[in-house]
Design a protein around this ligand. Sequence first.
Ligand code: FAD
Ligand code: S2G
Ligand code: ZN
Length: 441
Amino acid sequence: MGRFRGRSTTVLKPKSTHQVSQIMKWCYDKRIGVVPQGGNTGLVGGSVPINDEVVLSLSNMNNVRSFDPISGILVADAGCILQSLTDYVAPYNHIMPIDLGAKGSCQIGGNVATNAGGLRLLRYGSLHGTVLGLEVVLPDGTILDQLTTLRKDNTGYDLKQLFIGAEGTLGVITGVSILTPPAPQASNNVILALPSFNNVLPLYQTVKRQLSEILSAFEFIDRTSYDLAVKHGQGRALSDDEVAGAECFVLIETSGGRREHDEEKLSDLLGNLLEADKPLVNTGVLAQSPAQFSSLWALREGVTEAVSKEGKAYKYDISVPLSSFKDVVDGTREHLRAKGLLHDKAVKHVLGYGHVGDGNLHLNIVADAYLPEIQDALEPYVYEVVASHRGSVSAEHGIGAMKTHALHYSKSPVSIALMKKIKEIFDPRGIMNPGKVLEHD
Ligand code: FAD
Ligand code: S2G
Ligand code: ZN
């Protein structure tokens, strides 16, 4: 995403696990740094060399190894693009347990390496639960074959969990075994315009209660996010007067077993919301067709692209209590205003959107240009705000190169020391994605 540039001289694109093993053996012996690269959609600089490390791209390892339509267990090369796997399992009436705006480019190996969250985590959980096994090439070239398709295997330490979210710092993921859920018989979505952010929490409680098992996504975008998405052609879900007076928006998705049943539940919900004495929402648009279903999602998924078209983005992917989402966005805006940085030649917008059910806020600051005074105003300010809420400085995008200095805001010295011991065990020569996740002593 623009901010991170490397100077690598060599990109290797192996076609097999054996070739990855050969490459790692060579680089281990020669003490050459290696950066595993998937779709390069990461947002914290994890897939970009810091110096002249070799880039090891998994793009040429993109075959499905097996799929069991009964269990839904898929075994695929790490370089398979998420959208390709989604298309592969669809005819079998299965879906991938993960969905994110980068699905057209990101690879399942990169998703696992970053423990990507995304739009379906609320319903299908994290990759720590859906990944059944991994094949990993260790820094010295050893192939660790844990590519089990067993649902249960309680035999010793669950080593695969270490590589989920390790961001390529412990080994190269070459194969993934993942449980894909059955495709819902019926999916629907609705976008709701809220007069006040304060209504999001009570709305979330109402929606969880009324939709219960069919609720599969509950996404939030503030007014600035919505306006930028519309400005940059990411869809126009609501008319101007439907948008008037809206402070923020919520996108709800349902995925269930019977369309009539789900639609009845959704219509009842919408009716109750709009007829309440003190309505939590101004209005809502229920998707009436697959095209409209997609366009509602496009608006939410398109915020990232709209932000990058609007200017230079400072992105903070944080976990904080839902009740503080708005305060964190407004507080950051006021902090920048107090520093005299809120004007067209510096910071143009401060906006927030994200995955409500996961307590994950994407705080984005859009500037005219990357300026040291903006960076200095934002850090450590944002990280201290997150720490004051006992939140996480990285909810789903990882640490990469961008946040190594901020890890201590969310992990204790004891935790960081143990992580360094684990890194030492797997990568004693420090060739695996050097400079990412953990700071050098
Ligand atoms: P890359 O960017 O290539 O690499 C990411 C990290 O993983 C690097 O550290 C790299 O070294 C390592 N890596 C990659 N492949 C391997 C491998 N095979 N073995 C070992 N290490 C490897 N993220 C979310 O969590 N949720 C979202 O909702 C979300 N939405 C996004 C929307 C857009 C439009 C964009 C651009 C990004 C979004 N992201 C999101 C961030 C990004 O898409 C994810 O982090 C994704 O999982 C990265 O996958 P990738 O294949 O592009 O990995
Ligand atoms: C999302 C995408 C990246 C960003 O849209 O859920 O994870 O911060 C984000 O724009
Ligand atoms: Zn996200």
